[in-house]
Write a protein that binds this ligand. Structure first.
Ligand code: PLP
Length: 421
């Protein structure tokens, strides 16, 4: 029987257990310790390595990428009622921490080349917010979707024009580079995620790339319940329990030994899809617009032309789906209907179902935040790009477990299910 090919799964190096064992042997089973310090040093070595610019970023290891977004917003002074310019085309964790703070995510659409925040639209949106509210947004949050670098040079120009800090959400883009420099090191803060499906994993975890030691210490303060230096618990600020555990950091140290290998594998899988899908009418692989954008290709993604016919298309959206997208980790509300007012085209859903039946996990692209009911009343600046991509796009298996043979099989199944009239 064909094994199930999953989108992207954790892949161990074999070195993780030694770091974990040492933590147990030394009784460092707490959210601090030698593995946390060692993992941070490894991360700093990686992100600060740049041939053109001397970097001295400080990295703070945290319990999740979501926690990193949250703390970066706090460090940028985001308070209730403030506005933050957030890329609409993203996973909810880019936007939700803005809401945790009682602030308002203002959604900005994407440009078609990288699928990330459109710098021209961002510029117009900020000007409009300032006219409408009389205040400047507190931060700009672009996202490296599927690992693809955003147009960070242009975004930084807009940020400088209005003097607004940039928080880079590089949760999916760990190891992606723009002009040879690692994503997450351009803005004031950079978010990384080490969730189970990311480029490397700590089971769950994340990190915040900070501008310097002082900023790093401040993040650490908020990540450890904001304790003042008294011999008893004295609190003058609200803090969080967001530090990474020494056990998880042990996994991270093992994973850092295979980071380059993982990135190389994702790029190799992308190249194989490129070769095998070449000339397939109506199917377009998402590619970096130029060599300046060095994507880690965390997930390989493609769009299907709306004219393309896929077998079983007439059956798409006929049944209410009973399980959660994104694996079994979440508790999901049962859907009350098989459709919503904004969903992928029927040919995309038919291809997803056909691949599923062939034991291949494929998934729609992220649904833009401005089309999520929970953000229905938020301010939004759109150009139609992300909504069109959501309707036409699909994510294909890309992780370290995906073999060349798997890619051949996946492309064969894609081609087999296209109906050429
Ligand atoms: C774009 C983006 N931002 C933030 C996060 C949050 O990371 P975590 O799952 O580690 O909280 C994720 C992934 O999960 C993500 O894909």
């Amino acid at each position: 029987m064909q094994k199930r090919i999953l989108l992207c799964l954790a892949h161990m190096s074999g070195k993780e257990m030694a770091f974990i064992q040492k933590a147990f042997d030394d009784n460092w089973v707490v959210p601090l310790g030698p593995n946390v310090d060692g993992f941070e040093k490894d991360l700093e070595g990686f992100v600060n390595h740049c041939e053109t610019t001397a970097l001295q970023k400080r990295v703070v290891a945290l319990s999740s990428g979501t926690a990193a977004v949250h703390l970066a917003l706090i460090a940028c002074g985001v308070k209730p009622g403030d506005e933050v310019m957030v890329q609409s085309f993203t996973f909810c964790a880019s936007a939700h921490p803005v809401a945790y703070l009682g602030a308002v995510p203002v959604f900005v659409d994407s440009e078609p080349d990288t699928w990330n925040m459109d710098p021209d639209l961002l510029d117009k949106a900020i000007a409009d917010r300032m006219t409408k509210t009389g205040r400047k947004p507190k931060a700009i949050l672009p996202v490296a979707l599927y690992g693809m670098p955003y147009q960070i040079d242009r975004i930084l120009e807009v940020a400088a024009k209005y003097d607004i800090p940039v928080i880079e959400d590089a949760a999916e883009g760990f190891g992606s580079r723009f002009d040879g420099r690692v994503l997450g090191t351009f803005g004031h803060y950079g978010v990384l995620s080490f969730n189970g499906n990311k480029m490397i994993t700590t089971s769950g975890g994340g990190a915040l790339i900070c501008p310097d030691d002082e900023a790093g210490r401040r993040i650490l303060f908020f990540a450890t319940q904001a304790r003042e230096s008294y011999p008893y618990y004295q609190h003058e600020h609200i803090g969080y329990n967001y530090r990474m555990s020494n056990i998880c950091a042990g996994i991270g140290r093992g994973q850092m030994t295979v980071l380059e290998e993982h990135i190389g594998h994702h790029k190799h899988i992308q190249a194989l899809y490129r070769e095998l899908l070449a000339g397939t009418e109506g199917v377009r692989l998402h590619e970096a617009p130029s060599p300046r954008f060095d994507s880690n290709y965390w997930l390989c993604t493609a769009t299907l032309s709306p004219e393309l016919r896929v077998k079983g298309q007439e059956n798409a959206y006929k049944e209410v789906i009973k399980n959660a997208v994104g694996g079994a980790a979440g508790v999901t509300h049962l859907a009350g209907s098989a459709t919503t007012d904004c969903q992928p085209n029927t040919n995309v859903e038919a291809l997803r179902m056909a691949l599923d039946a062939a034991n291949i996990e494929a998934r729609p692209l992220w649904k833009p935040m401005h089309r999520q009911p929970v953000y229905a009343s938020n301010p939004v600046y759109v150009n139609g790009v992300s909504e069109k991509l959501f309707k036409e796009g699909i994510c294909l298996p890309s992780g370290p477990w995906v073999t060349d043979e798997d890619v051949h099989y996946i492309v064969e199944q894609i081609k087999k299910n296209i109906v050429y009239l």
